[in-house]
Design a protein around this ligand. Structure first.
Ligand code: PLP
Length: 378
């Protein structure tokens, strides 16, 4: 937590003056910390800190992006029609229920703006995408945190936080930084027991990576219920993080509310064009997905041989856990990796966990070699 800097403000005559007062709670927020992206003196570090796709986007998406450059002087299509149609066709969803925006982060923000007033409660799981908490507090919301069990979202704990003031429950599935998921059955039981006046937001930023028969991205729940939304992103498996493009699949009542507050051009033209091409390219997506599945297995096999634990991940990252009974820790391991040109992301308060993105073959091999080396060091 940062505290509000106590900077005396003076007018031009040197008299102290009052300043605009921000919304309660903002002064207690720490700004979002993005994963490190550079190592001084290393031209091309191996960046495993932000769960981006090392494969980059589909060639078709790149071509669409370049061709959109010819229209930079025009406003984009505010109805986002082509991208909504492309998503609908690729995933069998109703395009009229899709809204796109500046990353899935903006979609979560829009849900909070539409459904939370000051004093209302938002329920989040212990590990959750940090921005949801920041948006809720900025809106004057009261954030309730449900504890997790075995590094998994705990539906009973989420439901235990519900009161008459609960207006949103936001669950990342898979979750970050654990990489774990709750099953379709658990998701349904959460929806069934939440009050109908509480909006369940299923944040599926890593949904495409999951390879488990009991996983459900939540789209069918959106079709059935007026209080469920699914958010998705092009930042991860589609490799378009820099373009800032995400979307939400919503029931008609939520579409209606959000369309009233969405800025008309919240998704830019090149992003809309590239994303539409990306989602049509199922071959690229499948290649990235298979690579990830294969590497998660190799990593899960390799880490225990070094004396390291790993939370069982279904996403494109993994949480490395250092043994509690040894003095090996995440800070030292991160420094060791950085000296080898690899950027990991420390995770959690205990200094016992490090989050790493699944990268290209050589990047993963380098990360594993650096970890093995650290574990053998005195
Ligand atoms: C769980 C989760 N949700 C949402 C986001 C936001 O992604 P974006 O705004 O790039 O779509 C992230 C980003 O890392 C994330 O990890």
């Amino acid at each position: 937590m940062t505290s509000r800097p106590d900077i005396p403000i003076h007018d031009r005559g040197g008299n102290s003056i009052s300043t605009p007062i921000e919304v309660p709670g903002i002064s207690r927020l720490a700004p979002y910390q993005q994963g490190k992206h550079a190592i001084s003196g290393v031209a091309h570090p191996i960046k495993l800190s932000s769960n981006e796709s090392a494969h980059g986007p589909s060639p078709a998406a790149l071509a669409a992006y370049r061709s959109a450059a010819g229209q930079l002087h025009r406003y984009p299509d505010g109805s986002q029609s082509d991208l909504r149609q492309a998503i609908g066709a690729a995933l069998g969803l109703d395009p009229d229920r899709i809204i796109c925006g500046n990353g899935s982060d903006e979609m979560i923000l829009l849900m909070i703006r539409a459904y939370l007033k000051a004093g209302d409660q938002v329920i989040l799981s212990e590990n959750n995408f940090e921005m949801a908490k920041i948006h809720a507090i900025a809106q004057g919301g009261d954030v309730r945190i449900a504890s997790e069990r075995d590094d998994r979202v705990d539906v009973r704990a989420l439901l235990g936080c519900v009161t008459s003031k609960s207006k949103l429950c936001i669950v990342a599935n898979p979750n970050n930084p654990t990489g774990t998921y709750i099953t379709g059955r658990e998701l349904r039981s959460l929806q069934a027991e939440l009050p109908t006046g509480c909006l369940l937001v299923i944040d599926g930023a890593y949904a495409e990576y999951v390879d488990r028969p009991d996983y459900d991205d939540g789209a069918s729940l959106v079709d059935e219920c007026s209080n469920v939304v699914m958010t998705r992103t092009f930042s991860k498996i589609h490799g378009l993080a820099s373009l800032r493009i995400g979307w939400a699949y919503c029931p008609p009542n939520v579409v209606d509310a959000v369309q009233r507050i969405r800025t008309p051009f919240n998704a830019n033209g090149p992003a809309l064009a590239a994303a539409a091409a990306a989602i049509r390219d199922r071959v690229h997506l499948e290649k990235v997905r298979k690579h990830n599945i294969a590497w998660l297995q190799r990593i899960a096999d390799a880490l225990p041989r070094m004396g390291l634990g790993m939370v069982p991940s279904v996403a494109n990252f993994y949480l490395v856990c250092f043994p509690p009974d040894q003095d090996k820790n995440a800070t030292e391991a991160a420094a060791h990796m950085m000296r080898r040109g690899i950027i990991p992301r420390p995770a959690g308060a205990s200094d016992k966990c490090l989050r790493l993105t699944v990268g290209l073959d050589q990047e993963n091999e380098a990360a594993l070699a650096a970890l093995a080396d650290y574990m053998l060091s005195q």
